[in-house]
Design a protein around this ligand. Structure first.
Ligand SMILES: Cc1cc2nc3c(=O)[nH]c(=O)nc-3n(C[C@H](O)[C@H](O)[C@H](O)COP(=O)(O)O)c2cc1C
Ligand code: SF4
Length: 516
C-alpha cells in the first residue's frame, strides 16, 4: 500500500462538503492506496480537511473541493507540497500545537468505530485500571483530579459520584446528558462522532464507581449521524466484551441504552432530561431531592455531560495528578471551547483553563470572518453573558468568569463583529427563554414574555427610564424567583448587553442608565 487517505465523516465536515469528496476518491484512488473515513479534528475552518499518511508522515490538505482533490491525487506524494491546499505535517500546524488535547487527543486520528484503533491509542487503559480498583478508589481518583462538570454548572464530578456511591439502593443509573442545546456548541457531538468509545468507556467507569449497571445516553434529535455512530459503537463494544455481562473478563456488568430527545432546550436541564427519559414531558423537577439520590425512576443517578464522562478516561489512564496538573485555580484539567459565530478560524479548541478569551478569539480564532472589529463575545450559550473588550483578558476559569458576571457554561464562544445590535441580542435572550421555558414557574414563563415587551418599549424610546427600571426589576425577579437556571440565568445576557453596550438601546451613552 502506498498511502492511507483520511476523509472525515462527521456532521461538521459533512456539512462543509467532505461527503462529496468520497466519490472522487472512489474514482481516482490508486489501487495501492486506502481510504479511511475518519472524523474531524475540530479545525472546521480547514474542512474539508483531507489527510494523507505516506512514508511515515501524515500531511493535510485544507478546504479541499472535488477539483483540488483530483489535482492532489494526480500529483503524487513528491509534488504534494506544490499544491495550494497543502498544509504540511498535520501535527505541526500551530493551531493544533498550541492546544493541550486530552479529551480530543484521538479526534480525527482514524476510523472512530475501529476498536483496534481505539485500543492502540490508549483506549480502555482507564477501564482496565478501574477494574482493579475498589469503587471508593475510583471516586477518590476523580475527586482528586478536580474534574468539574462540563455541562454548564461545573459541579465537582467526584462529589456527585460519591453521593451516588453512598446511596443505598438495589439499582442505580448513569445518565449521560448529550442534549447539547447551547448555541454555538458542538463538542459533545464531535466527541461522540470522532471518539465514541471514549464516552462508552467513561460511562462504564462511572458505573463501576457508583455501583450502577445501566447507563442511558440522552441524545438530541438533531444529531442523526451521532445516533448512528453511537448505536454502532455500543454494538461493537458489546461484541468485544466491553459492555454487557462480564466486562473485560470480570463478573462486572454494564449496559448502555440510547434515547433520543425531541428538540426541547429545557430537556438539557438534568431533571427535565430525567422526566423525558422516563417518557414524560420535559418539565423541570424541584430540587431536593437531588438526582444523585432520587434521579431516574426515583433511583440514585449520576447525571453527567458527555465531556465530563469522557474526561474520566484521561483521569484514570494517566492518574488524577497528571490531569490536575493542567489548568489554574479551582478549574483543573482542560477546557473544550467551541469557537463559533463571526470568527475566521472556528472549531474545537482544547486548552488548559486559564488562557484568556482574547487569546482564544484573536490568536486561535484570527478575529472575525467579516474582517471587521470584534465587538462582543458571548460565552456559555444563550444564558451566558456578552463580554465587551474590557473583559477579554479575564482568564478562562469558572471563578474568574463568575466574578465578572459571566460563566463558561459548556464552553461555547460566539463572536460578533461591530455590526451587531446588542438590543436585539438582549431581546433575543428573553424571546429564547419565552420559547423554551418549560412553563412550570411564573418568573420564567411570564417574566420572559414581559421581558420581550419591555425591551421593545426601551428600543422604541417609550418611557426608557421607567422601562429600564422595570426591566431591572424583572431581571431581579427572574434571577431569584425561578426554579431552574433557564429563568435564573436569562438576565445574564440581558444585563450584560445593557451594561456594556448601552448605546445600542437608542439612548446612547445617556444618563438614562446611570439614573436607573
Ligand atoms: C436550561 C438548561 C439547559 C441545559 N442543557 C444542558 C445540555 O444540553 N447538556 C448538558 O450536559 N447540561 C445541560 N445543562 C446542565 C444540566 O442541568 C446538568 O448540570 C449537567 O448535565 C450535569 O452534568 P455535569 O455535572 O457533567 O456538567 C442545562 C441546564 C439548564 C438549566
Ligand atoms: S425557570 Fe423556566 S424552565 Fe426552569 S422550571 Fe421555571 S419555567 Fe421551567
Amino acid at each position: 500500500m502506498n498511502c492511507i487517505w483520511y476523509l472525515p465523516a462527521d456532521t461538521s465536515a459533512g456539512a462543509l462538503g467532505a461527503d462529496g469528496l468520497e466519490a472522487v476518491f472512489i474514482a481516482e484512488l490508486d489501487s495501492g492506496d486506502k481510504l479511511i473515513r475518519s472524523g474531524s479534528r475540530g479545525a472546521f475552518w480547514l474542512e474539508p480537511l483531507v489527510e494523507a499518511e505516506h512514508a511515515g508522515r501524515r500531511v493535510g490538505f485544507g478546504n479541499v473541493d472535488c477539483e483540488s482533490l483530483r489535482e492532489v491525487l494526480r500529483l503524487g506524494p513528491d509534488h504534494w507540497s506544490s499544491h495550494p491546499a497543502y498544509l504540511g505535517d498535520i501535527d505541526e500546524l500551530p493551531w493544533f500545537q498550541r492546544q493541550s488535547r486530552l479529551t480530543f487527543a484521538r479526534a480525527g486520528a482514524g476510523d472512530p468505530l475501529c476498536l483496534d484503533a481505539y485500543e492502540s491509542r490508549q483506549g480502555y487503559v482507564a477501564l482496565r485500571r478501574a477494574l482493579q480498583l475498589a469503587p471508593e478508589e475510583i471516586v477518590d481518583e476523580v475527586t482528586r483530579s478536580g474534574l468539574r462538570g462540563r455541562g454548564g454548572a461545573a459541579f465537582p464530578a467526584g462529589v456527585k459520584w460519591n453521593t451516588v456511591l453512598q446511596a443505598q439502593a438495589a439499582q442505580k443509573y448513569i445518565a449521560c446528558n448529550a442534549d447539547e442545546g447551547d448555541s454555538g456548541t458542538f463538542a459533545d457531538r464531535l466527541l461522540m462522532e470522532t471518539d465514541p468509545y471514549q464516552l462508552i468507556e467513561g460511562m462504564t467507569i462511572a458505573g463501576l464507581a457508583v455501583g450502577a449497571n445501566t447507563g442511558y445516553i440522552y441524545l438530541r434529535s438533531e444529531y442523526p449521524r451521532t445516533l448512528h455512530v453511537m448505536r454502532e459503537a455500543i454494538g461493537r463494544a458489546e461484541q468485544a466484551g466491553y459492555l454487557g455481562q462480564g466486562i473485560g473478563g470480570t463478573d462486572r456488568c454494564f449496559v448502555i441504552e440510547l434515547r433520543v430527545g425531541a428538540g426541547a432546550y429545557i430537556c438539557g436541564e438534568e431533571t427535565a432530561m430525567l422526566e423525558s427519559l422516563e417518557g414524560k414531558r420535559g418539565m423541570v423537577r424541584s430540587k431536593p431531592p437531588l438526582p444523585a439520590l432520587e434521579g431516574l425512576f426515583g433511583l440514585p443517578t449520576v447525571v453527567n455531560n458527555v465531556l465530563t464522562l469522557a474526561s474520566v478516561t484521561s483521569v484514570l489512564a494517566d492518574g488524577a495528578d497528571a490531569y490536575a496538573a493542567h489548568g489554574s485555580g479551582r478549574s483543573r484539567g482542560t477546557l473544550c471551547l467551541q469557537l463559533a459565530g463571526n470568527v475566521k478560524r472556528g472549531g474545537l479548541l482544547e486548552v488548559p483553563f486559564g488562557m484568556s478569551l482574547r487569546e482564544v478569539v484573536m490568536e486561535f480564532g484570527g478575529g472575525t470572518r467579516s474582517g471587521r472589529p470584534v465587538r462582543a463575545i458571548q460565552v456559555g450559550g444563550p444564558l451566558g453573558a456578552y463580554l465587551a473588550e474590557a473583559q477579554w483578558d479575564t482568564p478562562l476559569e469558572y471563578e474568574a468568569f463568575a466574578a465578572v458576571g459571566a460563566m463558561l457554561g459548556h464552553g461555547g464562544v460566539v463572536v460578533f463583529d461591530d455590526t451587531v445590535d446588542m438590543a436585539d441580542q438582549a431581546r433575543f435572550a428573553m424571546a429564547f427563554c419565552a420559547e423554551e421555558s418549560c412553563g412550570k414557574c411564573t418568573p420564567c414563563r411570564i417574566g420572559s414574555t414581559r421581558g420581550v415587551e419591555v425591551i421593545d418599549k426601551i428600543i422604541a424610546r417609550d418611557n426608557p427610564q421607567q422601562n429600564l427600571a422595570l426591566l431591572e426589576d424583572l431581571c431581579d425577579t427572574m434571577e431569584h424567583g425561578s426554579l431552574c437556571a433557564m429563568g435564573g440565568l436569562t438576565p445574564h445576557p440581558v444585563r450584560s448587553a445593557l451594561q456594556h453596550f448601552p448605546q445600542d438601546f437608542s439612548f446612547g451613552k445617556s444618563q438614562d442608565l446611570a439614573e436607573v
